[in-house]
Design a protein around this ligand. Structure first.
Ligand code: IYR
Length: 288
């Protein structure tokens, strides 16, 4: 039996010209979009950044490379015996395993020097090209703490009621959080960690702060460990949508982006924490 387009596909037979045109147009649009995607990927201003990480700040083009030399010094850290190595590593693990996020603080003062030393410890973190892309703002003034709380509670109310969505709010139920943040005015200190999305030198010229996200996050991890080691309690709070307002309140420049807001002090006498367990080693380590 002879094949006839008209009897099998009457629509195509009648309208083959516009159908062909539409298919061609779709192919051209697809090609153009693909080319644009490839071009923007190639022109990404932060080539070290993993493609899966989104970045709101636009990084500037790096300045032409300048010849830099650094003197070298010997590095001879204490050489430990095997037993001592294990003993110290286990001791450090036990210390850190006692750390918990605290949401109920005492108003008791704590020594500012302890918090400053913890910030110095944070500043020992490794950073891309040793650019040290962080600023830790230490807040001790009651007025500034109250202003921080106002901004955070304003935004958190909208976060909990609108932005976060039902699932997120439900997932937080075991932690017992809501938009109210009394601890922000109860603690002796707040520490706000800002990441430098790019650097600005003494002449006002911008420079690239390579791997600034991970550098800052490493510094924040050291800060948590140092505070805990000093017997201080904190909470790794990341107030959604508060960054720009807090940055302006604290008079930080445009290149600094809020990473963490840490209340620092002592737990309230009646402080409780959720009875969470940590994963055992065989669930967090794979050996090859
Ligand atoms: N930043 C909010 C919400 C929050 C989100 C997560 I994920 C937590 O683990 C805890 C809280 C707040 O501080 O309440």
């Amino acid at each position: 039996m002879a094949f006839s387009l008209g009897s099998h596909f009457p629509f195509l037979a009648a309208y083959w010209q516009p159908v062909l045109l539409a298919a061609l147009a779709a192919a051209v649009v697809h090609l153009l979009l693909e080319r644009r995607r490839a071009r923007t990927a190639a022109a990404r201003p932060a080539p070290w950044r993993d493609e899966s990480v989104s970045e709101s700040a636009v990084d500037p083009a790096p300045p032409p490379p300048a010849e830099k030399t650094a003197a070298r010094v010997p590095y001879r850290p204490a050489r430990l015996g095997a037993d001592e190595m294990v003993r110290r590593a286990e001791q450090f693990y036990r210390e850190l395993n006692g750390r918990r996020s605290v949401r109920h603080f005492s108003r008791e003062p704590v020594p500012r020097a302890a918090v400053e030393a913890a910030i110095r410890a944070a500043g020992t973190a490794p950073s891309g090209a040793h650019t040290e892309p962080w600023t830790f703002v230490l807040v001790e003034s009651a007025e500034v703490k109250a202003a921080v709380r106002q901004i955070v509670e304003d935004e958190e109310r909208v976060n909990y009621e609108k932005r976060m969505g039902a699932q997120w709010v439900q997932d937080l139920a075991p932690i017992g959080t809501d938009w109210r943040k009394e601890y922000l005015t109860e603690v002796p200190f707040l520490v706000l960690a800002f990441r430098h999305a790019y650097g600005v030198d003494e002449r006002g010229e911008r420079f690239t702060t390579y791997y600034n996200e991970i550098s800052c996050h490493l510094a924040c991890g050291l800060l948590l460990a140092a505070l805990h080691q000093a017997g201080l309690a904190t909470l790794t709070s990341t107030p959604l949508n508060c960054g720009p307002r807090l940055r302006r309140l604290l008079a930080r420049p445009d290149n600094e982006k809020l990473v963490l807001l840490l209340p620092v002090g002592l737990p309230a006498a009646d402080c409780t924490v959720p009875d969470f367990r940590r994963k055992p080693l065989d669930k967090i380590m794979a050996v090859c």
